[in-house]
Design a protein around this ligand. Sequence first.
Ligand code: AMP
Length: 139
Amino acid sequence: MAYDTDNIFARILRGEIPCHRVYEDADTLAFLDIMPKADGHTLVIPKAAATDLYGAPPEALAATIRTTQRIAAAVRKAFDAPGIMIAQLNGAAAGQSVFHMHFHVIPRYAGEDFRMHVGPKADNTVLAAHAARIRAALE
Ligand code: AMP
């Protein structure tokens, strides 16, 4: 599938749409999922245009998984999460709904199911507080 330059994450990268940013470097951006499957659910994306895993330039992929590792540790600390799930969906049949490659970082707790994928939008004030907690855990 060709890369759509108007997908929502491309627009976030261009600053056209706000996000609850937790981390940014030259090659990657991490921000909260606005329809979190669990509190602290964070997305990590490459700045390079890539629809999915297959089309991602290897350098962008390497940078994204490095950032994902850092974010996973910070989310684990910030939310005292005994488990962290990393998910990366390719194609609508797999549940991909935004066609700019991304990794999901999702806290998991024993015996607790996570919320629906692309479920209800979380409150902005709550998301802002959660983003601040993760940023503090990165320091
Ligand atoms: P996927 O279904 O794997 O493509 O994941 C896309 C994710 O992006 C979903 O979990 C959505 O909740 C999330 N999402 C959609 N729009 C936004 C947005 N504007 N800001 C942050 N997350 C979003």
